[in-house]
Design a protein. Structure first.
Length: 497
């Protein structure tokens, strides 16, 4: 019995040893396969609602109305397990016949469009001319078949200073400074926040659409970028630099906090909606937008309606303004002057491609009225800034601004694009006195701009560009301006990853 048991134990031991050797070989093979997979390029991964146009990598939604919502990472992207690190750096040189000194915080760095303080000739650094320099992280993770969770976090910065884009910060720097001594400043929705472009998450389905919540592009900003031949460029586009069109009348609403956004494609049709709930809980700062669009016989059409309560336009505090001790104590990031309005806007967009040429056109009608709920002095606005003074009665008569643009993009070759555009803006006479000259800012007035750009993609992630924009202002829109026109020939280079 003992001999038989010993023999059985020996046999079992040998079988166990053979099984262990076989398992060890399988483990080695699996490890080799895993190492091979990890060294292969990442497969394309859907990571956001809709793709951003190449010329402007900061758009986070509805940028391409030709396809279902998706952003596809290329084989060389920095993607790991569906999470992608991306960004862009845009830097160049510019000359301006009438300009202002470079800002270390304003989103575009330079005042590329004619502005009230455009003064002396400028030659020097030109950041963010073709698109915003930015850094972001976006992701997609499948929860169920056909349903994924998506997110996008992005911030914009100035390569000249390394600072985050901070439009209201550039305004504070010019508080009390005479017009002739001011540096570049610009009202903006990017005001020094850690994630000043977008910060949102949500759910996405190719069938049921995409629902996201957080800080997001307005539908009108997505529309401008998708239908502007310059893709919202700072140096070559009126609607890209000014951004009031993208915000439904006020730049600060181009990106909206605490917002819900839904987009869905239904065959050739698409529908979108966005809403910001008032941070005060009283409805005084609500924003609502709706969009419908269609693709038909190579033509894309979109219409976007929006309403904003207590829209804010910010500017430097006047020369001689002296804040009280209480204001200084509650200034937050800084004090600015604000003008309040309740806005209604309607944007109509069209695009048509034939061969290597794409044609673009856009129109927006914006109506400004005095706010239903007046803004108080001391109100905290974007970026933690505070209203030092407030005007709530600027629009006793409705102000109507109309913006029109048209242009084309010609793909000369697989790596060269030629773009040209014309922009026109006009306002009615909305003051107590009807006028059509430059005596008052309430007189009817016009702003025109024309631009041309060539963009050469000379390497996988690098492109070089050269272009210029001429802008001219007249009548009420020229009231108080130091000069009425400028041209900004600019050359630059951009790296994208």
């Amino acid at each position: 019995m003992h001999a038989d048991e010993s023999s059985n134990i020996k046999t079992q031991s040998e079988q166990t040893r053979e099984q262990n050797q076989t398992l060890a070989k399988r483990v080695v093979e699996l490890e080799k396969r895993l190492r091979k997979l990890e060294t292969q390029p990442a497969k394309p991964s859907v990571v956001s609602a809709r793709p951003a146009p190449p010329a402007n990598p900061e758009v986070s939604a509805a940028g391409n109305y030709d396809k279902a919502p998706s952003i596809v990472a290329d084989a060389g992207s920095l993607t790991w397990h569906g999470i992608t690190l991306y960004g862009a750096i845009d830097m160049g040189l510019a000359y301006q016949t009438h300009g202002t000194p470079l800002s270390n915080s304003a989103g575009f760095g330079l005042g590329y469009l004619i502005s009230k303080n455009s003064n002396k000739p400028y030659f020097g650094a030109a950041p963010n001319a073709l698109s915003a320099s930015n850094l972001g992280l976006k992701g997609n993770e499948e929860l169920l078949p056909g349903l994924s969770t998506v997110f996008n976090l992005q911030t914009s910065f100035l390569p000249t200073s390394g600072r985050l884009a901070d439009g209201l910060g550039s305004i504070v720097q010019n508080n009390g400074v005479p017009l002739t001594s001011q540096t570049t400043f610009a009202d903006s929705s990017k005001d020094g926040q850690a994630l000043n472009s977008v910060a949102y998450g949500g759910l996405s389905s190719p069938v049921y659409g995409t629902l996201t919540y957080g800080r997001q592009n307005s539908l009108t900003l997505d529309g401008v970028i998708a239908y502007d031949p310059m893709s919202g460029s700072g140096a070559f586009s009126l609607v890209g630099f000014q951004v009031a069109s993208a915000g439904g009348g006020n730049t600060e609403n181009a990106r909206i906090d605490n917002s819900l956004k839904y987009t869905v494609n239904l065959g050739p049709f698409r529908v979108g909606a966005a809403a910001q709930l008032s941070p005060n809980g009283d409805g005084s700062r609500n924003i609502v937008q709706g969009q419908v669009g269609v693709d038909y016989l190579g033509v894309s059409f979109d219409a976007i309606y929006g309403h904003v309560d207590d829209a804010i336009s910010s500017a430097p505090l006047a020369v001689g303004f002296v804040p009280t001790g209480a204001q200084l104590a509650q200034a937050g990031s800084g004090l600015v002057a604000g003008t309040g309005a309740d806005n209604n806007s309607l944007m109509l967009l069209a695009r048509y491609g034939v061969g290597p040429v794409k044609f673009y056109a856009g129109y927006e009608n914006i109506q400004y009225g005095n706010p239903r709920v007046p803004l108080p002095v001391g109100e905290t606005i974007m970026g933690g800034y505070t209203l030092g003074t407030v005007t709530n009665t600027a629009f006793s008569n409705k102000k109507v601004t109309q913006v029109f643009w048209a242009g084309a993009k010609y793909t000369v070759s697989s790596d060269v694009d030629l773009m040209a555009a014309y922009y026109h803006e006009q306002q009615n006479s909305f003051g107590a006195i009807s006028c059509s000259n430059s005596s008052l800012a309430t007189c009817s007035g016009q702003l025109d701009a024309v631009s041309i750009v060539v963009d050469y993609r000379f390497a996988k992630r690098f492109d070089a560009y050269a272009g210029a924009m001429y802008s001219h202002v007249a009548n009420g829109l020229a009231s108080g301006f130091l000069n009425r026109s400028t041209i900004d020939p600019t050359v630059g280079m951009r790296f994208q990853f």
